[in-house]
Design a protein around this ligand. Structure first.
Ligand code: GRF
Length: 207
């Protein structure tokens, strides 16, 4: 059984996709041990509570230093003893200590086709604003392992979504979430839970 901890910051629609995927049998051999948010107002915490999942807020505001926050976040994660950490709309930079403690056991969902529109400053709506500004015709989402960089780890799955002529950043974000993020995040977790992938020479290979 793959034990996962999901880190969230916002509405939690990606968390909901994981919850639904487990309930619908799209994700097997997996249990959500806990949900952690840096934002006490995150509706994702409500989603966890509604589904009887342990949930906790660890806010940087409650700590005198970033190091203090990072240490408490890692301590809290360790208490769940997860096999996999899932960053589902988590907007806080992961500490080197956490990366080291969970080598190739942290995945992230990013709302673009990496390497496009990713890296520092590209998150949430900003990703879609940049895509529309550039005038690209295809966008999408990427699930990848988290390494020391920003959105630079081995890519697991990607899914493309066409840009519509009248798209706004909001309509584009919603369609990328519905048609890509929620699907490939659930699929990636299921692949990991059933040991269907591994990393070789920095690339994900499917067994
Ligand atoms: C969204 O911008 C999504 O594209 C990205 O994180 C944000 C919040 O997602 N992955 P969620 O609804 O909190 O899962």
């Amino acid at each position: 059984m793959l034990k996962i901890v999901v880190l969230v910051s916002g509405g939690g629609t990606n968390l909901q996709a994981i919850i639904d995927g487990i309930q619908d049998g799209l994700i097997t051999n997996t249990e959500i041990a806990g949900v952690i948010s840096n934002n006490k107002k995150a509706y994702a915490l409500e989603r966890a509570a509604q589904n009887g999942i342990k949930n906790i807020c660890i806010s940087p505001r409650d700590y005198d230093s970033r190091a203090g926050f990072d240490e408490e976040l890692l301590r809290t994660i360790n208490r769940f003893q997860p096999d996999l950490i899932v960053l589902a709309g988590f907007l806080v930079v992961i500490s080197p200590a956490m990366i080291a403690a969970y080598q190739n056991r942290i995945i992230n969902i990013h709302p673009s086709l990496i390497p496009a529109f990713c890296g520092t400053g590209y998150y949430g709506l900003k990703v879609h604003e940049a895509a529309l500004e550039r005038g690209v015709k295809i966008v999408g989402a990427t699930v990848h392992f988290v390494d020391e960089g920003t959105d630079t780890g081995p890519i697991i799955l990607q899914k493309a979504v066409a840009v519509a002529p009248l798209d706004t950043p909001e309509t584009l974000q919603r369609r990328v979430m519905e048609e890509a993020e929620w699907k490939i995040l659930a699929r990636a977790i299921n692949l990991i839970a059933n040991e269907k992938l591994s990393i070789k020479d920095g690339k994900v290979i499917f067994e």
